[in-house]
Design a protein around this ligand. Structure first.
Ligand code: CA
Length: 693
């Protein structure tokens, strides 16, 4: 009897283990699970879905024939007052995303309820060192853990079920103006994380950490450091020969890895994109010229060791904030009758690049929008043929694209079914002026050397956006949907012949992937910048997107980026066929109160100084020309610059907990008076409000 009872208990235990093992194999996010996504599947396990980062859901229950029946399945209000840029991941009934200020969260996808939200309590004074809002572009999943990079440079591993931290590592020198906004990726048990901060004077790198222990495995610097010290990697000695004159290492050099990555398991190569130079203007960074490797490049490295396999530089001698950090997409496509393993990117500089991802050889590069800085890319040399005067050494210029890029971080998608890439295109000119000898590097300040404030003079009418469907094999546009404003959301392609995109004006739209005809739209009540995703749960397909306005352009772009009436309401929206949920009615916004303008300096020299100081210190958040883009308070309508409170807020950090850091030690009291005069002058010059749309 006893023996039998034990056997029964053992059987029960075995059964229990067996059930657990099944559950574990279902939930385990590992190399096999992520690699298998390329062949199909219901889940979305990495920021771009799988390692190829195609952002293509091979699910066709929702399709071009029935998209008109889409409706809101459920939504979740999120406690968030800045931009939402992350694409949710879906694994085994749970959606994982991140909010501003580096806060990851998990939601039960069946009930739509929040399972956990983790606040790493980032140092909000870091807000002074982010060009582009206190955003976060998402999390990574691996074997029961969730990984997130934080604005203050930490990489944190959390238990996926509880949201409790397991380990954390400081990945940056906290004394330097590094930040992290990009999503980690996990490759072969290593968490890969880069960072941002080139505008503020840092040296770019990316690192790999052991997913289990948090121990750093390797680090790859993208630009050479101080030449009087040994180079960390052999290729940096070669790279250093392409930096000439000047003391670039004092300015960090730039080349930060802040967004695009992809991985090819077969070739075992990890691909990353590197950012712009620090400062932007090569003339002040490397006055003797040179390509300045590895700025604005695609790097292929071996993920086990971090050793470089090949590199391709898209913008040699980068001088315009032309990052190559945009989404990297891998695909196998037929070009001239030959199947090629390619890497594709639509970086800021306006050329669509198709590279052989095994060798890094350039296969083609064509303009996917308005591009005046270069005539073409020479396929023999792989180098752009620059337009005369484009380096603005002697004369200021206006050119296309500018520092906002023809495409920014908003993810593009690729459909193997249509063979098209769907690019959130934007048409925004840039103004550049060589500050040359008068350039003064401000550690931790916004350093461009290009007369950045001049961009505030560019007319709003010169800017626009579009959804561009691009044929990468033929290197030509297949179709486009023009938009009156830019800074529209990332795209999602699905097997149902659909492309989804959220727009700056608050519409969430489904288009036919082959023709671009609009099939369905939803009023999200808020601008959308993030990319959407799709998954299947209990046999039903869902499309999810984080809705919410913010990010770089709504802060820095002033009213050029502001779609009429747009506002920031942070929500997770989830759609399905026949969804019946309704958003609550949109509260009306009161028109800004016209506050009286107190006395301020009127002499043009003081105002001009105030303008320069404002754009050096305030403009990237409060908007060019002191015009807010709908996220951060518009200083022209704020009582604060009108009173002594201005000093308490700007120099004493009275609103630091809101994300307004102290500028003590950066701005003097006298300079603050000039900034105040400029802001009040902008307020007094504000035209009558534009009529509501
Ligand atoms: Ca940049």
């Amino acid at each position: 009897m006893r023996r039998k009872a034990v056997t029964a208990a053992m059987a029960a235990t075995l059964l229990c283990i067996c059930v657990d093992a099944t559950a574990a194999s279902k939930t385990e996010v590992d190399s096999d699970a992520v690699t298998a996504l390329e062949q199909g599947g219901s889940e979305w396990l990495s920021i771009g879905r799988g390692y190829s980062e195609q952002r293509y859901a091979p699910i066709e229950q929702i399709n071009a024939g029935n998209a008109g029946k889409l409706g809101l399945a459920w939504f979740l209000d999120l406690a968030n007052d800045r931009g939402l840029e992350s694409t949710p991941l879906y694994s085994d009934g749970v959606l994982y995303g991140s909010l501003a200020w580096s806060r990851p969260f998990a939601v039960d996808a069946r009930s739509g309820t929040l399972l956990w939200l983790y606040d790493p309590k980032v140092d909000k004074s870091k807000a002074r060192r982010v060009c582009c809002d206190s955003v976060n572009r998402g999390v990574a999943l691996w074997k029961g853990k969730v990984f997130i990079g934080t604005l203050d440079g930490r990489l944190i591993a959390l238990d996926a079920r509880s949201g409790k931290p397991v380990w954390q590592q400081q990945t940056t020198d906290a004394a330097k103006p590094y930040t992290i906004t990009g999503a980690p990726r996990v490759v072969k048990g290593k968490v890969i994380i880069g960072n941002s901060g080139a505008e503020y004077g840092v040296r770019g790198y990316f690192s790999a950490y052991d997913a289990d222990t948090g121990r750093m495995a390797w680090r790859f610097y993208t630009v050479p450091g101080d030449p009087s010290k040994p180079y960390e990697q052999p290729e940096l000695a070669e790279a250093a020969k392409t930096w000439k004159g000047g003391q670039y290492w004092r300015y960090g050099g730039g080349g930060t890895v802040w967004d695009g990555m992809a991985y090819d398991p077969e070739l075992d190569l990890l691909y990353v994109g590197t950012g712009n130079g620090s400062p932007w203007n090569r003339e002040v960074r490397s006055p003797g010229g040179g390509d300045n490797l590895f700025l604005s490049s695609i790097l292929a490295v071996h993920p086990d060791t971090g050793k470089l396999a090949w590199h391709y530089q898209e913008t040699p001698g980068e001088s315009w904030d032309f990052t190559a950090t945009q989404q990297i997409t891998l695909a196998d496509i037929t070009i001239n009758g030959q199947m090629r393993k390619v890497l594709m990117q639509a970086p800021k500089n306006g050329f669509f690049y198709v590279l052989d991802r095994k060798t890094g050889k350039l296969l083609s590069a064509e303009k996917y929008g308005k591009v005046t800085w270069a005539e073409r890319v020479d396929l023999a040399t792989g180098r752009p043929v620059e337009a005369p005067g484009v380096r603005y050494e002697n004369k200021p210029i206006v050119m296309w694209p500018g520092s906002f890029g023809a495409h920014s971080w908003m993810p593009m998608s690729y459909s193997p079914k249509t063979g098209l890439v769907y690019i959130p295109y934007q048409e925004v000119p840039g103004a550049y002026r060589n500050e040359g000898a008068s350039f003064e590097f401000k550690p931790g300040g916004f350093n461009t050397g290009t007369g950045f404030a001049d961009a505030s003079a560019l007319p709003r009418e010169a800017t626009s956006g579009a959804l561009v469907a691009w044929d990468p094999a033929r290197q030509r546009e297949a179709w486009r949907v023009p938009y009156p404003t830019y800074w529209n959301g990332g795209t999602l392609a699905t097997a149902g012949n659909l492309v989804f995109q959220g727009r700056a004006n608050g519409q969430f739209v489904a288009y036919a992937a082959d023709t671009g005809s609009k099939l369905w739209e939803f009023d999200a009540q808020t601008g959308i910048i993030a990319g959407a995703m799709s998954y299947r749960q209990d046999g039903e397909q869902y499309v999810a997107v984080l809705a919410g306005w913010g990010g770089g352009i709504p802060l820095v772009g002033g009213d050029a980026s502001l779609a009429p009436g747009v506002r920031n309401i942070s929500r997770l929206l989830v759609f399905k066929l026949g969804g019946k949920a309704q958003l609550p009615p949109l509260p009306s916004i009161a028109a800004p109160t016209r506050l009286p303008i107190p006395d301020h300096a009127h002499d043009s020299a003081a105002l001009e100084q105030g303008r320069t100081l404002y754009h050096q210190n305030c403009g990237v958040c409060h908007g060019l020309g002191a015009v807010s883009g709908g996220v951060i308070p518009d200083l022209r309508h704020s009582p604060i610059p009108r009173t002594a409170t201005f000093d308490a807020v700007v120099l004493k950090g009275a609103l630091q907990s809101n994300g307004m850091p102290s500028f003590a030690g950066v701005i003097t009291a006298e300079q603050l008076t000039m900034i105040q005069a400029y802001v009040l002058d902008a307020a007094s010059k504000e035209a009558a409000p534009k009529p509501a749309p």
